[in-house]
Write a protein that binds this ligand. Structure first.
Ligand SMILES: N[C@@H](CCC(=O)N[C@@H](CS)C(=O)NCC(=O)O)C(=O)O
Length: 224
């Protein structure tokens, strides 16, 4: 197979980059990372040659370039022959929840920007943000209950749907509180995942700060 090269942004902030990166790692497909620092002269210089939308992520596979996180996730599932549930109904629901993430949750995306290394941040809650969080909790609970019997992920085995929600796990960890038990269980599974841990470690090692994505006052750690 021709080598796969995934063009990504900063691991601390680039939520769209995290999704295909997680799926490639879980599918065991070897790939090279090409990192462009968001909001930098290097990004502006190089992106036009790497992605037609001038955004990351983009996957290069020989002469084929696939832009957009969801399209890349679908493509790598095809390459690997797995990554989506085998059952037709479960597969359709996995695609629906992935598409819902891709197209929606704008309050969550704006108000809780991904900041992989940050913990215990608190920002003011709005009704729109609360609605997004509640909807995501209900999606996760529904998928786990109806389709998750075969393993710890949304559809049992790790799938494209888990990859699409990986940045939400990090957002919930950074800003959230008071989640339902089912949410906490799924977050614990996702946060213990060695691939997500590797991403967080890489994010912590990055020197770049994007002020616009540094929201919320850090809460003091309580003694004891
Ligand atoms: N719908 C696209 C969104 C991609 C996107 O917005 N990427 C951001 C980084 S997470 C980006 O490249 N921003 C750089 C810019 O807009 O200059 C996808 O799913 O891949």
């Amino acid at each position: 197979m021709q080598p796969l090269v995934l063009v990504i942004g900063n691991q601390n902030y680039s939520s769209w980059s995290l999704r295909p990166w997680m799926l490639l790692r879980h599918l065991g497909l070897e790939f090279e990372e090409h990192t462009l620092t968001l909001d930098s002269p290097e990004f502006r210089r190089d992106i036009a040659n790497l992605s037609p939308t001038l955004k990351v992520p983009a996957l290069h596979h020989g002469a084929t370039v696939i832009w957009d996180s969801l399209a890349i996730c679908e493509y790598v599932c095809e390459l690997a022959g797995r990554g989506l549930p085998r059952d037709t109904a479960a597969r359709a629901v996995a695609r629906a929840v992935a598409a819902e993430m891709h197209a929606g949750f704008s309050a969550l995306r704006d108000q809780w920007p991904m900041n992989a290394r940050a913990e215990r941040r608190r920002v003011a809650t709005t009704p729109e943000l609360s609605r997004d969080v509640a909807r995501i909790e209900s999606i996760w609970q529904d998928c786990r209950q109806r389709f998750g019997a075969g393993g710890p992920w949304l559809f049992g085995d790790y799938s494209l749907a888990d990859a699409m929600y990986a940045p939400v796990i990090l957002r919930f960890r950074t800003y959230g509180d008071g989640f339902a038990p089912a949410t906490r269980d799924y977050m614990a599974t996702a946060l213990a995942d060695p691939h997500l841990q590797a991403w967080i470690k890489a994010a912590r090692a990055e020197p770049w700060i994007i002020a616009a994505a540094e929201l919320g006052a850090a809460q003091a750690t309580l003694p004891g």
